[in-house]
Design a protein around this ligand. Sequence first.
Ligand code: DOR
Ligand code: ZN
Length: 348
Amino acid sequence: MTPLSLTVREPDDFHLHLRDGRSLEAVVPFSAARFARALIMPNLRPPVCTTEQAREYRARILAAVPAGTHFNPLMSLYLTDRTPPDEVDRAHASGFVLGFKLYPAGATTHSDAGVTEISRVYAVLERMQEAGLTLQVHGEVTDPDVDIFDREARFIEVVLAPLAERFTGLRIVFEHITTRSAVEFVLGARPGIAATVTPQHLLMNRNALFAGGIRPHHYCLPVLKSETNREALCDAVRAGSSRLFLGTDSAPHARAAKESACGCAGIFSAHGALELYAEAFEAIGALERLEGFAAEHGADFYGLPRNTGRVRLVKAPWTVPAAYPFGDDELIPLRAEERIGWRLERLE
Ligand code: DOR
Ligand code: ZN
């Protein structure tokens, strides 16, 4: 019997961490093999704050793309309390910067240079609104007294909803949403607001953090949530809203940094990202929604042309390696030594 297969428009990953140097070289080929374009996150050390830094970083990414593969890295600049409003004009003129990433200071990996108080960036947001650049938001409050499972919902209440009302023309992507509250906010919001959804938040709930023992490779931020919240995300992508699109948040960390007494947040999924989404969409009976989510809604939101190539997914399970090389260290991929139900073939 021929295996089930699915041909879709070449997809884009609108939320990707590639790091730099030898780590960058180790992970770029995985994304370039699957996605035509990706929006690259700026949380390097030091962060990518200016258009000039993004231009240089982008050149390093392009240099790591394997010969014969086309991959267009699009950039997000790291917003700080001190970002000058005229950086927006330079970003806009560049043609490769899609927006600015708002990390509330202290919310996640390499976010210490982030925004300490949202009113400090109002002038920049004003200019972004005029220029049509997008604000990519890590939507969690940082107050350590707020329960970690409630930080996204609280962020909507105290930061995001008021912001969306204050800047009624600002384009906003609520990144890596994880809760029913976020789904309801995005689906009910004014035009110009959308969200990315990761494979891990569609496929796993918080039990996966403790399955058989503590599982550092399932730890990311926002942290995995309850089954009810996972189901809300699944229901929303199954319904096919054009406000929801693919952003893996693939976030590689060296094995030693993950398997530690204080392990880093981040799940590496780039080695099987589209295949994992196919699995998630199949599980909810919505394979026909994969193409819109992976290849159309994001491009349309950002005003980019849809890709014209095609990729084919075949329902043929494969076993993920135990680790991949990562500079002097190694990288433990999502599903290490376990199977992913779909395999990718590129058509052109
Ligand atoms: O799990 C995460 N890892 N969440 C983030 O917000 C950042 C990312 C990283 O850069 O490692
Ligand atoms: Zn991220």
